[in-house]
Design a protein. Sequence first.
Length: 308
Amino acid sequence: MSAAGDRPVRGLAQEDGGPAEASARGDKESPVLVTRRAPGDPGRGRVLFLHGLSNSSSVWDACVEHGRRAGGPELWAADLPWRGRSVAGWSVRGDLVPYTGDALRAVPGGATVVVAHSMGANVLMEFLGRRIEEGLDPFTEFGVHGLVLVSPFYRRTAEEFDWASLAHSVDNMAPLIAEGIRVHAGDRVPRAARHHLAERIRDWVGPYGWMRFFEIYLRTPALRLGGFTVPCLVLAGADDFAAPPAEGRALADGLPDAEFRLLPDCGHFLMIERARQFATLLDRFVSTCSAVRPHGGPGPGFPWEHDR
């Protein structure tokens, strides 16, 4: 497979109320499409956003808009194989984790901070964990100085998983999708329509897509968190019924250098429901990470060298 290099793409970012040109790696048919969403100030670092299952880069729109207005770091967002209707087609091909490396390589100069939500956070941790197990330092390799893990799924031990865990995850899939539609669209989509659309999206994801997520979730007890040597910020919504905040707190407790923040009055999509607070926390964290280490990274683009 191959992908296009940098090219101007109109309409992918809005700046001062009008269309802006954005640099993109890949195209809409690529399994991974990475787009610069805000030019920002590269001297303040670069941020890469990774979305969760059946979402897309649009899940970060509210946060990106706040960051653009504040003149924060350069912002990039990935559309990953598990986005929307693409999920079923890519999930049957096997291991999705290596695609995370493609997203990291696509950011010119490297992403100072990687922000990942839900399944995206778990795929990111699994990708980094595999590199660590191979004796590599993925943070130096990709120029990553910090991680923001948003609404992650995590359990300390394998014994914490039981049949009830599996049933809870399956049963809550459609309600979680419906919740995402609600926070995205507000009252523009009636409740009955949200429920119907959520079931359709769940069916697009299918058993393969869901299993890819749960397989990675099941591996969280095996993560070598001691090898995550960069500062981490773990964020959870107090009302999240899908990824319990206690799991985010347990993850932060297991990381060598992590802060846990619980945001009140919001659920799984806290970057939308509490966009201003989220953007403020992110800007502060990125500024700290950029000050601790010199900015820079490989950013060699898409090699598409892995076999799936």
